[in-house]
Structures are given as structure tokens and as C-alpha cells.
Ligand binder design. Structure first.
Ligand code: WT7
Length: 660
């Protein structure tokens, strides 16, 4: 990438200083960066004091690359730290979750004292079913309070949860159950989506046909109706959990006791079982949640609009916020369950102060239009967050202007399933923010951007994002496959953790994430990020969303093919689509440079996405490469559309490493 291009990019964006008022309230003081940098390991050790340890650790880091141990001689119980200790401290009546159902009007409020009892009952029930410390338990549940209760009950027993997103297929579920040999499954009969019940239990039954080791299945009744039943194996939650004692004496476990496994796609078809341990992970999520979201436990209402089936839900719906004893909103439905203003209604009614979500959702909300947020009072919001993919500056600005009353700081947080918690982010009261930039490593985190040979790049240059020192929340490995762990993350650049993302440092030294390196194109020897071209396209007033792929090209190596959805109004108004396509190509050329002019732009009513909302770029690349699209400007070829539609159906099974 040339300097001129980086400059052009940077000049187009704005920088926001933290507001004076916000800086005054902030939890973190500016000295935090220097304090942590002076001795990162010692700094993290002080962060571990946020937890209540049964045995206080005397050790901090033991590092035998690629295997880290943090606080290894300490012992603790994760569930006690998340719930019981707050009740003991007199916070029992504080609301832990305002749970809001898919259906408008249905909700449930759960205090910390109630949560403690529910967790105790679930832990007793799991014990009755045979669950013991070290056992793996698969969790395949919708966004209902029982999902959180289940996770906390499992870790309370020292067992290991493997939460599988409920949108995954039976086959995906069974492969995950088999890989970590889960002998127990907790699920529900079904889930609600936009008012309609969709079954879950049949997928479990189908998955278990190939999982002979599963001894017991615990089933929450959420939707009612008939379900298949295997006597002896299947148990209703209301029959076995509700009759248990509301007290449960917890045991303490070593800091390095495995706490959970979370599967994530790799470059091969087999998903990787990323596992995390207890003391370091909890320290990391508690500290990041507190400093990055500037949490005030007495007044904040936090809403992480994610699913517990992903790491974001684990770290910032369950463990981080509970450790910090905050009140949260937990929402079961889709953004438009009950209307396109549902989110804004939830924020208004619950006086949400901190909202954390993904760029893809922000763009969807943007596409629906400003009238929806405008019809609600969103003034309770004081901080907004984003995660999951690079956010285009237009979406960032829209988020701040329309959701954040034009003044809330936005924290663009970079991290991964593997990192456990956030690693690169602004701190709202201290650092400036720039639309589209994740800015700077969190205190105590050593990140760098390196070239092909592993050398640090200078300001204004791009390269690969690496972590150069271990951190407490880092994965301890791929379950059952230490070699793959070494090979995937620690071999590309010796001594460094290779994240798989491209990044650049702007002229001020601030970090911009450019997407997976798989998404970096090489056009006539020039490196270009698909994200950059997408940002440019989305910057055009007619464009709602864009996905760009590098398709192989005999002349230029790769050529840019863009798939574009138009804003509703533009779609209606624009009759001459080939003129619009030409305009868009020129627009990109103008924004980034002629080299970035897409070879082809294809207008399509939808972009294929995985169920987690990530654009399936690899599928688009296949479409762009394998099919002779000729001079098509509109993707109406039924075979192509069918192929996309078909893959959207099975989206959850598709290796999405390349789609991030
Ligand atoms: C990948 C990790 C972290 C929870 C959700 C995703 C991309 C994540 C950002 C961000 C640019 C981001 C990266 C990363 N990513 N956050 N703020 N800016 N890219 O977890 O499924 O493990 O995906 O998501 O490409 O490697 P995940």
C-alpha cells in the first residue's frame, strides 16, 4: 500500500478527542498505559486482585512458548466470583439481567440473589445427572436466562462448557460434541425468532445418533409442543432442576483449570476447539470490561447485543459483566422482532447506557433508516462499542450521530475467540477515537504490525498483526491438538502470535485493522485490502452494503470483484443499473486510486452471510471465479442465486475463516 493512499484514507476521517466530561468520569487514568508498560506481568497480577481467590496466587506468568500459565498456584471458583460474592457483599437485590424475549412485552428480571439460587439448583441437577469436574458439557441453547445459568453451573462444578451456537446444524453440533467427547448436552425444545417457534431438540436428537457417549440431555421447555424423547437419556429442566436445593457448596479449582471450549473455524474443514482456563481468562475479561466500557456498576445498564454461542457472549454477556456486578439487558430476539425499531425501544425502556454490537448489525440498522432510532429517546446511552470486523467510517459516524446523540465515544474493539478478551481498543476517557480505527493495544498488551520477515513496520505502513507477549486471557491451545496450535498461530513469525489479520499504522501510529489476510488482494503487485474497497463503496450514497473479493485474473494476478446491495430508495429510483455500476467503479477509483477500480461490480439483493452474520467472501470468490459472469451487472442468474441461497441455508456449516 502506498503512503499516498494511506494518507488519503486517513485524511477523509475525523478524530474525536474524549470529551472533557467523559475524561473526568473515566475509570482508567492516563498513567495506566505507562504503569502497565513498565512491568506488564506485574500489572496483570494487580488486575487479578479483582477476583476473590480461595488461595491467592504467588506466581504470575510462566511462559514456555506457546504455552502460558497465569497465576497457576492460585485457586478459585468462577461461578462464586460471578455471582455468590456479590450476594455476600449485600448486592443480592441488584438486577443481574433484564431479560427481554423475542415477543414484545415478555420479559423477566433476575437479581443476583435469584441468579445464585438458579445456578445452585442447576449445579445440583447436573451433579445428579453425573457431571463432575473436568467433564465436557455441550450447551446448545437459545438466548434465554437458563443458558447463562447453565454455563455458570457447569463451571461451578469445575466441568467444561462447550457452547455451540444454536444456529449451527445437527452435523456441526455432533462434530463438536465428538471432538471434545462431551458426555452431556443442555438444550431447549426450541427457540423464538420473530414470533415463530423454531425447534432445536430435533437437531440434538439427530446429532446424538452419532454420539454414543452422551449419557444425559437436559431440556428447557421454551416453546412447548411435542418433542422426540429418549427415556433414560432426556430430562426436562423443570422436572429435575426445579426440585433441587437452592444451596450448593462450591469447590475451588486451580487457576489453570480448563473452563470452556469454544469452536471456531480454521482454514481446514475441522473446527478448532479453542480452550480457555479460569484465573487468567476471568482477570482479562473483568479488567477489559471495566476499563474499556468505563463501567459504573451502580448506574450502568449494559447491553451486549450478541449471542452466548460466540465468544463475545461468553466474555461480555456472562463473565466480564457478572464479575463486575453490573446490570445487563439480555435480548432473545432479532433486531426486527416486533418491528424495525425494536432495539431502540429496548434501549429507551431499559435506559441502556452502554451498547456493544457488530458492524454488520449497525449497517443493517442503517439500511432500515434513521426514522427508527429517531422515534425513540436514546439519551441514556453514554458509550457505544463495536466488534467482529473492521467498521467502515460511514457506519461508525452513523452509529455516533444517530445512536450516540452525536457525542458518545465509540470503542472499536479488536479481539478473537483465541484472545479471550479485547486486545486492541481505545479507552474512552483517555484516547482519541477515529472512525474505523481500533487505535491502540490495551494496557499490558504488546501488539505489533510486521512485514513478511517479521520486522516492525513504520507509521503509514501495513502488514500483519502479531502479539509479541503472552496475556492472561489467551487461549491455552486447541483442545487435543497442541501441534495444530503451534503450527497455526506460532509458526508464521517465530516467537510471536500470528492473529491472521492485516493491519496498518497510520501517520499518528494508530492501528487500523484491515480484515483477515485472506482478504488482502494483490492487484498487479499492489496490495489492497478488500475492506478498503468495501469502505469506499459503502461511502457512496446509493450503497447499503458491499463485499469485495480478489478473483484470479490472468493479467493482474487478482482483480477486484464487488458484490453490492443498494439502499432501498436508491434501488427504487435507479432505473439504469449499468450507469450506476460505472459510477460506483469510478467512485472507488476516486476514493482509493485507479488501481482499486473494481473489474466488475455485481448488484445483488442480498449478500450471503453465515448465521453469525459474516459475509461469505469465499463463496463470493467462487462465484466470481468459477462462473463466467460475462458483463452481468445484476446478479439475477438463477443458478448463481440458487447456489448462494443454498449455501446461505447451510451457512453455519461453511468454514467461515475466510469470511470474517
Ligand atoms: C476475527 C475474530 C471477537 C469477537 C467476535 C469475533 C475480526 C474482530 C474486529 C475489529 C476488525 C475485527 C478479525 C479477527 N475482528 N473484531 N474490531 N476490527 N476486525 O470473534 O469469530 O474469533 O473472529 O474477527 O478478523 O481475527 P472471532
Amino acid at each position: 500500500m502506498t503512503e499516498a493512499k494511506l494518507e488519503a484514507w486517513h485524511d477523509e476521517t475525523r478524530s474525536f478527542a474524549p470529551s472533557a466530561e467523559f475524561a473526568k468520569q473515566a475509570n482508567a487514568q492516563p498513567s495506566i498505559y505507562d504503569d502497565a508498560a513498565a512491568d506488564p506481568v506485574a500489572w496483570w497480577r494487580t488486575q487479578a486482585d479483582r477476583l476473590t481467590w480461595t488461595t491467592t496466587p504467588t506466581k504470575s506468568l510462566e511462559w514456555d512458548l506457546p504455552f502460558a500459565k497465569w497465576f497457576s498456584d492460585g485457586t478459585l471458583n468462577a461461578s462464586y466470583n460471578a455471582v455468590d460474592r456479590h450476594v455476600e457483599a449485600g448486592k443480592g437485590d441488584k438486577v443481574a439481567y433484564h431479560w427481554i424475549a423475542d415477543a414484545v412485552g415478555e420479559s423477566r428480571t433476575i437479581t443476583y440473589a435469584q441468579l445464585q439460587k438458579l445456578v445452585a439448583q442447576a449445579a445440583n441437577a447436573l451433579t445428579e445427572l453425573g457431571v463432575k469436574s473436568g467433564d465436557r458439557v455441550a450447551v446448545y441453547m437459545p438466548m434465554i436466562p437458563e443458558a447463562v445459568v447453565t454455563m455458570l453451573a457447569i463451571v461451578r462444578l469445575g466441568a467444561v462448557h462447550s457452547v455451540v451456537f444454536a444456529g449451527f446444524s445437527a452435523e456441526a453440533l455432533s462434530s463438536r460434541i465428538l471432538d471434545s467427547d462431551c458426555q452431556y448436552v443442555v438444550t431447549a425444545d426450541g427457540a423464538y425468532r420473530r414470533g415463530a417457534a423454531s425447534p432445536l431438540k430435533p437437531a440434538v436428537d439427530e446429532a446424538l445418533e452419532s454420539c454414543p457417549n452422551v449419557k444425559a440431555v437436559l431440556v428447557v421447555r421454551r416453546t412447548g409442543g411435542d418433542v422426540g424423547w429418549k427415556d433414560g437419556r432426556d430430562h426436562w429442566w423443570h422436572e429435575i432442576v426445579d426440585r433441587q436445593s437452592e444451596e450448593h457448596a462450591y469447590e475451588s479449582f486451580p487457576a489453570e483449570h480448563t473452563m470452556f471450549i469454544m469452536y471456531t473455524s480454521g482454514t481446514t474443514a475441522k473446527p478448532k476447539g479453542i480452550f480457555h482456563t479460569t484465573g487468567g481468562y476471568l482477570t482479562h475479561v473483568a479488567a477489559t470490561h471495566d476499563y474499556i466500557f468505563d463501567v459504573k456498576p451502580d448506574t450502568d445498564i449494559c447491553w451486549t447485543a450478541a449471542d452466548i454461542g460466540w465468544i463475545t457472549g461468553h466474555s461480555y454477556i456472562v463473565y466480564g459483566p457478572l464479575i463486575n456486578c453490573v446490570t445487563q439487558v439480555m435480548y432473545e430476539g432479532l433486531p426486527d422482532s416486533g418491528g424495525k425499531d425494536r432495539w431502540w425501544k429496548i434501549i429507551e425502556e431499559n435506559k441502556v447506557t452502554i451498547l456493544y454490537t457488530a458492524p454488520t448489525t449497525i449497517r443493517t440498522l442503517m439500511k432500515w433508516g434513521e426514522e427508527f432510532p429517531k422515534s425513540h429517546d436514546l439519551s441514556s446511552l453514554r458509550l457505544l462499542g463495536t466488534v467482529g470486523e473492521p467498521i467502515n467510517p460511514e457506519a461508525w459516524i452513523w452509529y455516533r450521530e444517530n445512536i450516540g446523540s452525536g457525542k458518545t465515544p465509540i470503542v472499536d474493539t479488536w479481539w478473537q475467540t483465541e484472545t479471550g478478551g479485547i486486545l486492541i481498543t481505545p479507552l474512552p476517557g483517555i484516547t482519541a477515537t477515529k472512525p474505523g480505527a481500533a487505535m491502540t493495544p490495551f494496557p499490558g498488551i504488546s501488539a505489533d504490525i510486521v512485514d513478511n520477515d517479521g520486522n516492525s513496520v513504520g507509521n503509514g505502513e501495513g502488514g500483519y498483526l502479531v502479539l509479541t507477549q503472552p496475556w492472561p486471557g489467551m487461549t491455552r491451545g486447541i483442545y487435543g491438538d497442541p501441534e495444530r496450535f503451534m503450527e497455526t498461530y506460532w509458526s508464521r513469525f517465530p516467537g510471536m502470535y500470528f492473529a491472521g489479520d492485516g493491519a496498518k499504522r497510520d501517520q499518528d501510529g494508530d492501528i487500523w485493522l484491515l480484515g483477515r489476510i485472506d482478504d488482502v488482494m494483490n492487484i498487479s503487485g499492489h496490495r489492497l485490502s478488500t475492506t478498503e474497497v468495501e469502505h469506499a463503496l459503502v461511502g457512496h450514497p446509493a450503497v447499503a452494503e458491499a463485499a469485495v473479493v480478489g478473483a484470479s485474473d490472468p493479467t493482474t494476478g487478482q482483480a477486484i470483484v464487488a458484490f453490492v446491495t443498494l439502499k432501498l430508495s436508491a434501488e427504487d429510483a435507479s432505473k439504469d443499473q449499468s450507469a450506476l455500476v460505472e459510477e460506483l467503479r469510478n467512485h472507488v477509483a476516486k476514493v482509493i486510486g485507479p488501481i482499486a477500480k473494481p473489474r466488475q461490480i455485481i448488484l445483488t439483493p442480498e449478500l450471503p452471510k453465515t448465521r453469525s452474520g459474516k459475509i461469505m467472501r469465499r463463496l463470493l470468490r467462487d462465484v466470481a471465479e468459477d462462473r463466467d459472469l460475462g458483463d452481468v451487472t445484476t446478479l439475477t442468474d438463477p443458478t448463481v442465486v440458487n447456489q448462494i441461497a443454498e449455501l446461505m441455508e447451510i451457512g453455519a456449516d461453511v468454514d467461515d475463516d475466510l469470511t470474517r
